[in-house]
Design a binder for this molecule. Sequence first.
Ligand SMILES: O=C(O)c1cc(=O)[nH]c(=O)n1[C@@H]1O[C@H](COP(=O)(O)O)[C@@H](O)[C@H]1O
Length: 235
Amino acid sequence: MEYPVIIALDFPNKEETRTFLKKFSDENLFVKVGMELFYQEGPEVIKEIKAYGHKIFLDLKLHDIPNTVYRTMKRLACLDVDLVNVHAAGGSEMMKAAIEGLAENSRGERPKCIAVTQLTSTSEDQMRREQLIEKRLIDSVYHYAKLAKDSGLDGIVSSVHEAKLIRSIDEDLIIITPGIRLACDQDGDQKRVADPRFARLQGATGIVVGRSITNKKDPYQAYLTVKKEWELVES
Ligand SMILES: O=C(O)c1cc(=O)[nH]c(=O)n1[C@@H]1O[C@H](COP(=O)(O)O)[C@@H](O)[C@H]1O
């Protein structure tokens, strides 16, 4: 499966989502449905987006006790999405339970499951003060990535700046990097950002892009710009 430019559909409802997707006419997209849209619309919005022919990353970032994650993943498996995620901080038992739940209820191919390491909105200073992790942020990300891989997950979510090191764990790991900005964009709440070209150079498998596309006057043009930057680099 290809993991190219994944557009974050961070919209409050299905009407705004529909209006946005209409701007992309015949493009086959890879989109991300996050908590905002899913909590408002539920599984129906997944069905609708699938009917348009788009691939879906359902980003609910599960982080709970293993039994709850196992049971929840059984439900998510029925939605036939392509990609789901958990927080690696939930631990190896929880990540193994996630895979078990997905595998048990998948009708076709099991959705791939990736683990968030340290959110791209977290800085090293914040991690040390608030999580009491006395390490470099890159060491924490590497540790979580290794834990996820050893627990049977298919890939990792990290910032671009840790992608190269994570790639050294395994050639085949899916590495998805949010925190992507074009030169003209504001960082906003993101702390560890990079552009699409650098993401590709660092070995990311795919990038998640939200506001750099969704906030633009012409989102389709912005998407094409991001895609061009991403594709200009030989992988
Ligand atoms: O799992 C994610 O998708 C995710 C992980 C992470 O560490 N950082 C992060 O920004 N994201 C998501 O990626 C998207 C980034 O949005 P923008 O900052 O608008 O491009 C949002 O939907 C976030 O929820």
